[in-house]
Design a protein around this ligand. Sequence first.
Ligand code: URP
Ligand code: ZN
Ligand code: ZN
Length: 466
Amino acid sequence: MTRTVIRGGLVVTASDEIHADVLIEDGRIAALAASGTSAAEAWTGDRVIDATGKYVIPGGVDAHTHMELPFGGTFASDTFETGTRAAAWGGTTTIVDFAVQSVGASLREGLDTWHAKAEGNCAIDYAFHMIISDVNESTLKEMPKLIEHGISSFKLFMAYPGVFYSDDGQILRAMQVAADTGGLIMMHAENGIAIDVLVEQALARGETDPRHHGEVRKVLLEAEATHRAIQLARVAGSPLYVVHVSAEEAVAELAAARDKGLPVFGETCPQYLFLSTDNLAEPDFEGAKYVCSTPLRPKEHQAALWRGLRTDDLQVVSTDHCPFCFSGQKELGRGDFSKIPNGLPGVENRMDLLHQAVVDGHITRRRWIEIACATPARMFGLYPKKGTIAPGADADVVIYDPHATQTMSAETHHMNVDYSAYEGKTVTGRVETVLSRGEIVIEQREYKGRAGHGAFTPRSTCQYLN
Ligand code: URP
Ligand code: ZN
Ligand code: ZN
């Protein structure tokens, strides 16, 4: 039996902050005891970590990543190996990535493809959601089988006609299956049919720069789709989780639904909290680095997102990590913004940016852990194995230095992408040491992990519904 003792840190979970020592046995949290008490001091370990002056927090759970996603004629540039290593550097110890069903293939085939990409390559634990690109009789029948295999959430797209798009009838059918079987529908809520008209018109006017990506993907078309998704979920009697919420008007739709007591949940991402259309408008095609969907919004929307996170109208912050190099990938859209692959890198930055939000006074320390660790774990059926520090939980633990400063940069990050969306941004707080199921992955800012340590983690259904 291997034993690790973490001494003297401030243990922060979604519910508590206590000066406690943490005992880890065989990859799990065995006990917590107040630091300095005889109970804690009696503990011996094969490894003793001094966390004096540091936070001891649960490893982050990033519930929205896209390693190796095929998109726009290319692939997201992080593999499961590089992306999970970078995640660990940033204090995330579990990712939930999106397996993709190709049109004409089964869900199972898509899932098998993603298992093959991930297996043996991950530094940290991983799970999958399923993107359904083709809702039909056969894929609807497969949904309950996937839930049995630990894939309990399904992403549908109201955007990207001809690629991932589902019409309202298909969405309603999938929601009906989810309602009957305990599945959770995750929605990309943008009116893609209307957006495609505006894209065509913008290009015809010669508006080809990246900033037009933000202009055609209108706030109202995010709000309208969010409203429609909520009404469809009500008709089906299913829960709904809206991904990458970026606009104040979309938050208002979620808040109105939640005020009615509906099981409607919302996620936002650091890019919407820290970046804006100003970035999309950067000259010399640099704005392409910030092309993602939903798009970055004018700065004024950020206050509503922070408010939503404080009032629990938004419950989760995930990254939607979907990196494409500027050189050779984002550049595919020079002269036509609609050909810029959509997505931003961020899996390494989320925990630090949200800690900066604590420093800036947007959220409390416990809310930081709630939106980045505990709630995503509960939302996607991983709690309390993941997302907390409590006896029996996996020993996914981060020793976090709240006083260190760092400057984010592509020169120093570990994501396999040639730019940082936060280049030059200085934040307070830095990951020092990371354990995954009791094994050291990062030790005093040195990588000690290994590809293949990370295991597929089947999930139960959403824990806010039962
Ligand atoms: O721009 C984004 N978000 N790319 C990834 C695919 C998606 O819609 O989540
Ligand atoms: Zn999406
Ligand atoms: Zn995504």
